[in-house]
Each structure stands twice: as structure tokens, then as C-alpha cells.
Design a protein around this ligand. Structure first.
Ligand SMILES: [Fe+2]
Ligand SMILES: [Fe+2]
Length: 172
């Protein structure tokens, strides 16, 4: 017997009607999740390897970023779950950050700075796509990613400043 009450949603990203959008969104969020996880790995290594007096600032900055990127990974994972997706396991992971591998010489801090800028740029580009995709479709994800985007723009800006300093000294 039909009743007025049922448990399926009629509006929003969790509705049956938007199942396909939801699937596509989960794929985009999964990519974002892996970007964050790989960034944690890369920043961890690059917060330990650099040597020299000048490296200290970069090390401390990356140590702080690691915590933020881990928080972003968690937010993406939680949103994937809320959208009825499953956070993937480690065997699904594929590395992409060739530019953030340890440099030949561990005093080469400029290599690390440029690698960080590249990682942040990639994140900013992908997150802008998610924001566009969720506009008017999934305000919760939209809002979450806008706030993460702000963090990444801040990270990128900070490392651009470091690079400027090295360039001004003719070291980059
Ligand atoms: Fe991040
Ligand atoms: Fe970042």
C-alpha cells in the first residue's frame, strides 16, 4: 500500500534521481583523497631529508602542512562515505608526484619548494573542478571543498614567497 512517507530522498545529491552525479562526484573526491594522501607522504619525506641552515624554515612549514593535508584527506574520505561510496584501500594507490621525489642533493631546497608549488597547483586545479561540478547540486561538498581550496591557495602562496626569496638571491 502506498503511503505519503517513504525513506528515499526526493531532493539533493543523496536522491535516486542524482545517482549518476553522485557516482561521478565520488570519483572526483576519491582522486582528491589520493592527492592528499600522496601529499602527506611527499611532505613527510621532504620535511626530514633537507639539510643545511636554510632548510629549517621549509622543514617547519612542511611539518605544519602535513597535519593540514591529513585533515583534508579525512574530510574527503568522510564525504565519500556520506555519499554512499567507500574509501579505497592502499592497493588502489597510484603515485603521481614525480616532482616531489627527493632531490639528488639534500641541500637543494629549491627543488622541494618548486615541488610543493606544483603539488598545490594540481590540488587547486582539481578542487576548482569539484567546486564547479557541485555548484547547485551538492552544497555540502561545495562548501567543504571551498574551505579546503582556501588552505591550498594559502600553502601555494607561502611557498611562492619562499621561492621569490631564493630567486632574489640568485639561488633559484
Ligand atoms: Fe590538502
Ligand atoms: Fe596543501
Amino acid at each position: 500500500m502506498a503511503t505519503d512517507t517513504n525513506t528515499s530522498l526526493r531532493h539533493g545529491i543523496l536522491s535516486d534521481e542524482l545517482r549518476e552525479d553522485r557516482q561521478h562526484l565520488i570519483e572526483m573526491l576519491t582522486k582528491a583523497y589520493w592527492m592528499e594522501v600522496e601529499t602527506v607522504m611527499s611532505y613527510l619525506a621532504n620535511s626530514i631529508n633537507p639539510e643545511g641552515v636554510r632548510a629549517q624554515e621549509i622543514i617547519e612549514s612542511l611539518e605544519q602542512d602535513i597535519q593540514e593535508e591529513l585533515g583534508h584527506a579525512r574530510q574527503y574520505g568522510e564525504r565519500i562515505k556520506e555519499l554512499y561510496g567507500v574509501v579505497p584501500g592502499s592497493t588502489d594507490f597510484q603515485a603521481e608526484q614525480s616532482y616531489l621525489q627527493p632531490p639528488d642533493d639534500q641541500i637543494d631546497v629549491v627543488h622541494v619548494i618548486k615541488g610543493v608549488i606544483e603539488a598545490e597547483t594540481g590540488a587547486i586545479e582539481h578542487y576548482n573542478l569539484i567546486i564547479e561540478k557541485t555548484e547547485g547540486v551538492d552544497p555540502v561538498t561545495n562548501d567543504m571543498v571551498i574551505s579546503i581550496l582556501r588552505d591550498e591557495e594559502g600553502h601555494r602562496r607561502l611557498f611562492e614567497g619562499y621561492l621569490r626569496e631564493y630567486e632574489a638571491e640568485g639561488r633559484a
